[in-house]
Design a protein around this ligand. Structure first.
Ligand SMILES: *Cc1c(COP(=O)(O)O)cnc(C)c1O
Length: 367
């Protein structure tokens, strides 16, 4: 890493979070590592989750599943999203479980040679994304998959609102799911419906596995027992004084009211630090500094209360500014902020309290 803009991923915290959640729910643990483990790096996070007792890894697509296989992961692997029926032989060949998403999908897949394919039935209880919408369709699909020699390993649904304060919709979704599972009377190895939030607050007596993504990183509105695992940093590459009346950045959107000290940081919207961050604060050497002027593609400017030496770290989020606070201020959710951290930002991994390695996805491709 030559440019000092990095995301710190604390694998010790992820390890502890898996243990804490698994102990809390007392079920099998599916670590949801889609989108390169929410931007944190699929392989190091997978390895940590498995060490901590995760039983399966879930990703969103066949591409993501194959990336993990190519990196050497041989354990249970499940794709949450749709896989094109024509690509099913690849999933089979790599021993990857897939979601049966609709009657049309099942018909197509069963016309192929799908003997032995591992399948989880997706039952749509109100999200209206993927899955069978009623019991009759579910049963037809089940019969067809069974006749075709598929291995029906699992059944799952997904809640669309896991707000602890407003549980009526979730309760209803859960009741539908319970009915579906009972009606099939099949020895499913995997019965799952709870994402992070539901795993933490929703008492559910039907599922035998939780499906946890965001809380791996210590993010949960429902418990303070988890440890924050991700922080984002840049540095001040230079500082300068400007005089009252001078403007900063594209489009003169910020003009100094008095003489000020301005620092420049090598982070911009191409790193996922979106333009909406203008006017928000970052943490530098004991000060909260406002991001002034437009955020550029590769750099941004901040107002300093006192001069600092070039190279001083800038915390975008971390111990002083939580990811949750940043998300709230940007009118979004923590998921979106971390998934947008781009491939040119270095991932620095902490393990057993020490930095162990650095990966810059965009640079490593070319090495
Ligand atoms: C992303 C996803 C999850 C994980 O959700 P979190 O809120 O991050 O725990 C679980 N299940 C499905 C189907 C998902 O798409």
């Amino acid at each position: 890493m030559y440019r000092k803009t990095w995301m710190e991923v604390n694998l010790d915290a992820i390890y502890d979070n898996v243990r804490t959640i698994k102990e809390h729910c007392g079920k099998k643990f599916i670590a949801v590592l889609k989108a390169d483990a929410y931007g944190c790096g699929d392989y190091p996070v997978a390895k940590t989750c498995l060490e901590a007792g995760a039983d399966m890894i879930a990703v969103s697509s066949l591409d993501e599943a194959l990336i993990l296989r190519n990196k050497g992961y041989e354990g249970d692997l499940f794709i949450l999203g749709p896989v094109d029926p024509k690509d099913i032989p690849i999933a089979s060949a790599y021993n990857i479980a897939v979601a049966a998403i609709s009657a049309a999908w099942v018909n197509q897949v069963c016309r192929l040679h799908c003997k032995g394919l591992k399948v989880h039935l997706a039952y749509d209880t109100g999200m209206n994304r993927i899955g069978f919408k009623d019991l009759a369709t579910l049963h037809e699909a089940y019969d067809l998959l069974l006749q075709s020699g598929c291995s029906i390993e699992g059944i799952f649904t997904h809640f669309c609102n896991t707000d602890k304060e407003d549980r009526s919709y979730t309760d209803n979704q859960f009741a539908e799911f319970k009915k579906a599972v009972a009606s099939l009377n099949h020895p499913f190895q995997w019965i799952h419906c709870d994402n992070s939030d539901a795993t933490i607050f929703f008492e559910d007596e039907i599922s035998n596995a939780c499906r946890v993504g965001i809380s791996l990183y210590g993010i949960s509105p429902y418990t303070d027992r988890l440890k924050p695992a991700i922080s984002l940093y840049s540095e001040v590459s230079m500082s300068k004084s400007i005089q009252a009346g001078q403007s900063v950045g594209y489009g003169w959107t910020y003009t100094a009211q008095k003489d000020e000290m301005i620092g420049t940081c090598p982070i911009g919207y191409a790193d996922g630090f979106i333009r909406k961050n203008q006017g928000r604060y970052v943490y530098v050497d004991g000060m909260m500094c406002e991001v002034v002027g437009r955020v550029c593609m590769d750099q941004c400017m901040i107002r300093l209360d006192h001069d600092i030496v070039p190279g001083t770290p800038v915390e975008i989020f971390g111990p002083h500014i939580s990811l949750e606070t940043m998300a709230e201020e940007l009118d979004t959710i923590p998921y979106e902020i971390i998934c947008l951290i781009s491939g040119r930002v270095t991932r620095r991994y902490m393990y057993h309290g020490k930095p162990v390695n650095e990966i810059t996805p965009r640079l490593n491709e070319s090495l």
